[in-house]
Write a protein that binds this ligand. Sequence first.
Ligand code: ADP
Length: 488
Amino acid sequence: MYIVMITSECAPVAKVGGLGDVVQGLSRELATRGNAVEIILPKYDCMRYDRIWNLHETHSDLWVPYHEHYIHCDVYFGFVDGLKCFFIEPHSSECFFNRGTFYGHGDDPERFAFFCRAALEFMLKANKHPEVIHCHDWQTALVPVLLFDVYKELGMTHPRVCFTLHNLKHQGVTGEHTLRQVGLNPAHYMTQERLQDNFNHRAINLMKGGIVYSNFVTTVSPRYAEEIKHSDLGYGLQHTLHVHGVKFGGVLNGVDYNVWNPEIDRYIACQYTIETLDDKYENKEALRDRLWLNKDFKPMVAVISRLDHQKGVGLIRHGISYALANGCQFVLLGSSTDPATNNDFLGLKHDLNENPDCHLEIAYDEELAHLIYAGADIIVVPSAFEPCGLTQMIAMKYGTVPIVRGVGGLANTVFDADYASKPYHERNGYVFNEFDNEGLESALIRAIGLWHEYPRFFRELMVNGMRSDYSWNHPGGHYLNIYHYIRD
Ligand code: ADP
């Protein structure tokens, strides 16, 4: 099957969070199964150009409609970990993708609306007629709208669209001008059945447009699919998801075991398998060396996360002091787009500077993340909500036991050592439900207790996690079924 991904992120070149991992991992799985996969991205100035192989210009004559005129774009092609990627570079005074960061600009809706139009214009001019276009989140939600109302007329009758919702908190709510900018008449779309926002009737909602116009809509875990239909976690789109319920479902994300795998990971100090699990300890020592931590007989608790309300920043903060007070070491790798949150954690880092059992790294550091997954004993994911969550699944592959709040994809992947309804060999971590300090403490203290008192059982949890298959194998098959279904 011929599949084109249109996306704002793809790891490792343009990654802010899980979306980047998902596009990379799913694309690779689909390609490995013999499908033709291409990825279209903006050509950001802040990409990891060192991770693109053979980047070169392929199209220099792309003129993309924008308001009453056209913006000239160049298109580049290169391989990212063997995946075929096209990068669109617009030349205009707006400098859409030359801003030094991927997101966080006042005109994000306009920037990515332009990208949607440019991606389709490129496909039309380059004569690309995939069977399926797969779009991700609000940034590329205008693709199905433009495809069915503009590009179909121009001859693109073939492609069907699958649209994946990675996080309902960000929907791309914007003004009518964003539609006008890409050549769509707002009057036609300003209705409740189409793109009008469900709260603010004077605004348009790009994500809603993606839901309405796509042939199939997925989200990234079965639990989150239920949560966004039936609770406030739908952030106003519950009704829209109900109306389109027959073409909506949850598919659990996978983890790319070519990237996240202690057997082959070149960023860790010592590779290991279930059979050589004792070698994991070398990584704990290497992590302690790197972060100047004491080498005592203590469990190492870690957090790797965006520092955002969604991720439970308050609980993360509490977890640090609670773990340290209960004889653990603690490592945090995290950063925020909000300067106040970063400063808050930098202050905490300053306060804990002399503590030989704690290191807070307020940064984004892909390589260090690998060593932490390998070196830690326990990872904490205390999210307020979590569409899927990759860190708990990655951690399990490295034999690091997850402690999670039982929401979204966390509830679909982590099964409590003491209370899960699963057989013992499928239990792989600790789960708490209440979003408060006591909830987190109740799970953390059980994990710490097991580590000290019953190391053999703790090791069983580690092995159970390493044995679980959270690769792209199953989800890849699910997505292919969806693609076949909408194509036929
Ligand atoms: P989200 O997409 O909501 O941020 P996920 O759990 O789906 O959360 O994905 C997070 C991804 O980003 C994981 O691959 C994780 O390792 C990575 N990550 C998060 N914070 C950092 C950081 N500060 N440095 C390096 N990698 C990070």
